[in-house]
Design a protein around this ligand. Sequence first.
Ligand SMILES: Nc1ncnc2c1ncn2[C@@H]1O[C@H](COP(=O)(O)OP(=O)(O)OP(=O)(O)O)[C@@H](O)[C@H]1O
Ligand SMILES: [Mg+2]
Length: 205
Amino acid sequence: MYSLSDEPTGRQSWIDERRDAAVATFAAKIPGIYQVDIELDPGIARWAAGESNCPSLFITGPLGVGKTHSAWQAIHRWVYSQFGANYRGTPVVESWRSTALFDALRPDTDGNSGRALVKRLQQVDLLYIDDLAAARPSSWTQERLFEIFDDRYINRRPVLITSDVLPKELLEVTGERVLSRLAEMCRGGVVHIEGADRRRGVAAA
Ligand SMILES: Nc1ncnc2c1ncn2[C@@H]1O[C@H](COP(=O)(O)OP(=O)(O)OP(=O)(O)O)[C@@H](O)[C@H]1O
Ligand SMILES: [Mg+2]
């Protein structure tokens, strides 16, 4: 027995094609070593499939366990699962290493572009900040970070953070007001990856 829904409609195949193109465009931006498919932690896989109750994701764990790799692969799947679902068309993702982000937010860079960056990072569909604990903050950068996080918090826009420490230990980097919002945004969305430093391989054991 066949029904009409067994045949992809012209519209559905057009959407599928656009989704595949969006996912391929994102995949091309993934840094080389992180392009390799890996098995994701179940909690991370759930988030990537759009099946987590928490729209944001916080990946923590010791050095070299695969936090950054997992984050890139998770976003790759997330772009697929979110295309046309919670976002019209392709969700816009910005990815930043925390050190580069804090540099870009400093006042000694061009004032106008700093403003534009804050605005952009308030509005993108997903903001990924890698290795948040590594950043060296100033009161200025914490203020800019607050503007970004407060806007994302009140508009329920998700973040993906990787860090080798837990959210509550990020106070010195983010300041109190960002930390409070981050705690709520990531409640139920903190995944701890366990294991040895994969860069050292078995020699580390
Ligand atoms: N599940 C996996 N299977 C195989 N290799 C992996 C896996 N996860 C990560 N790797 C590899 O392990 C190395 C370290 O991974 P990654 O850079 O993601 O670690 P990290 O936790 O972000 O480290 P750091 O805390 O130093 O930032 C990389 O070479 C990465 O490609
Ligand atoms: Mg990393």
